[in-house]
Design a protein around this ligand. Structure first.
Ligand code: GDP
Ligand code: CA
Length: 322
C-alpha cells in the first residue's frame, strides 16, 4: 500500500515514526511518503532553515534530541554565539553546531540551483529513513503573523521569541500565490491508497500545505480516503502552542472544531475520516452527522507501541472508507 502523510514538525514526526513502526511490524511492504510543510522555513545568517523538515529528518534518522524535543542530540552551540556577536542571527534563535551543518549543506545546494525537492532527497539519503519526504512546494514561502495595528512579524519571531504570546489576528504566507505543489507531492497523492493528516498544528503546519494553489484540488481528486488525527485532546494541545494559532483564526481548541475547520470531503472539505481521543468521544455523533466518519481511540503517542497503535487505528478507519 502507498501511505501518504501530510504535516510537518514534531507532532508529525511522532506520528510518522508510529506509522513506520506499524509497517515494520506488519511485514514492511507498505511505502510511506510525507508531504512536508515548508511555510515556517526562513533565512538566518544567509542560511535557509527548514524546521518542520529537519524535525522529521532528525527524528526518523534517530539523531534528534529527545530531552529538548527538537534539534540534534549531543549538540553544542559554539557557532551560534559567534553569529549573535556579529549580529547576523538573533540571540533568541538557537542554532546548534550540528544543525548548522544541515543548514549550510541545504543552502549550498540551493545556491547551486537545486530544487527544494532535490535538497530533501540529498538530506534524506544520508540515513535509512524508511520514509520519503517531499516538500509541499518547491517555491519559497514564508509565514508572517498579523498583529492588528502593529507591523506583521515573521512566524519564527512570533513563535520562538514571543512564545506565541503576542495576540495574533491571522497569518499570511508570503509567496504562496506563485507556489505550486512539488512534483513529488502531486505524484504520491495521486498514487496513494491512504492519505493521513498528521496531528500537526492545523494552522501553521497543515494549513500552509493546503494553501498551496492546486493542493486542495489534488487531494479532492485523489482516489484514496483522507483520514485525519486530532492534535487536540480534551480541549488542549498535547504540546506546543497550536491553541494560540487556532485562537488567531477564530477556531476553538477542540477536536470537533478542528475537524469542522478542515471540513468534510463530501462537502468540499478535506476529511473523510477523523480520529479523536477517547475523552472526546462526544464529538463523534455531530461529526458523523456532518459527513466526517469519526472514531474515538487513544491519541497519546507515549512510545513506539502507542504510536504504532494509533497509526493502525487510522489505517483501520481508512479501510472502512476505501
Ligand atoms: P511543530 O511544527 O514542531 O510544532 O509540530 P507539529 O505541527 O507537527 O505538531 C504540533 C502538534 O502535535 C500539537 O498540536 C500537539 O498537540 C500535537 N501532538 C504532539 N504530541 C501528540 C500526541 O502524542 N498525540 C496527539 N494526538 N497529538 C500530539
Ligand atoms: Ca511547524
Amino acid at each position: 500500500m502507498n501511505l501518504v502523510v501530510i504535516g510537518g514538525g514534531v507532532g508529525c514526526a511522532r506520528f510518522v515514526m508510529g506509522l513506520r513502526e506499524h509497517v515494520r511490524r506488519t511485514g514492511g511492504r507498505d511505502r510511506i511518503d510525507v508531504v512536508v510543510n515548508t511555510a515556517d522555513d526562513w533565512w538566518v545568517s544567509g542560511l535557509r532553515i527548514a524546521p518542520d523538515h529537519d524535525s522529521l529528518l532528525y527524528a526518523l534518522a534517530g539523531v534528534n534530541d529527545l530531552t529538548r524535543g527538537w534539534g540534534r542530540a549531543d549538540e553544542s552551540e559554539r557557532v551560534s554565539g559567534e553569529l549573535a556577536a556579529w549580529g547576523t542571527a538573533p540571540a533568541w534563535f538557537t542554532l546548534g553546531d550540528l544543525d548548522l551543518g544541515t543548514h549550510i549543506a541545504r543552502t549550498a545546494w540551493l545556491r547551486e540551483g537545486l530544487s527544494v525537492s532535490e535538497v530533501y532527497r540529498r538530506l534524506g539519503a544520508r540515513w535509512d529513513l524508511g520514509v520519503t519526504l517531499h516538500p509541499a512546494t518547491d517555491a519559497e514561502v514564508d509565514t508572517h503573523v498579523l498583529l492588528g495595528d502593529r507591523e506583521p512579524i515573521h512566524f519564527q519571531e512570533w513563535w520562538v521569541r514571543h512564545r506565541a504570546q503576542l495576540p495574533a489576528t491571522g497569518f499570511t504566507q508570503q509567496g504562496i500565490e506563485q507556489a505550486t505543489p512539488s512534483p513529488g507531492a502531486l505524484d504520491v497523492i495521486a498514487a496513494a491508497d491512504v492519505i493521513l493528516v498528521a496531528p500537526s498544528n492545523p494552522v501553521v503546519s497543515v494549513g500552509p500545505v493546503l494553501a498551496v494553489p492546486g493542493m486542495r484540488q489534488a487531494l479532492a481528486a485523489a482516489s484514496a480516503p483522507v483520514v485525519g488525527v486530532s492534535g487536540i485532546i480534551s480541549g488542549s494541545v498535547v504540546r506546543g502552542m497550536a491553541d494560540a494559532c487556532l485562537a488567531a483564526i477564530g477556531v476553538d481548541t477542540s477536536a470537533e472544531a478542528v475537524a469542522r475547520h478542515y471540513g468534510a470531503r463530501v462537502a468540499g472539505g478535506l476529511l473523510d475520516g477523523w480520529l479523536v481521543d477517547e475523552s472526546d468521544a462526544a464529538a463523534a455523533a455531530p461529526l458523523n452527522a456532518a459527513g466526517i466518519s469519526t472514531r474515538a481511540v487513544p491519541l497519546w503517542m507515549r512510545d513506539a507501541g502507542t504510536s504504532a497503535r494509533l497509526a493502525a487505528d487510522a489505517l483501520e478507519l481508512a479501510d472502512t472508507l476505501a
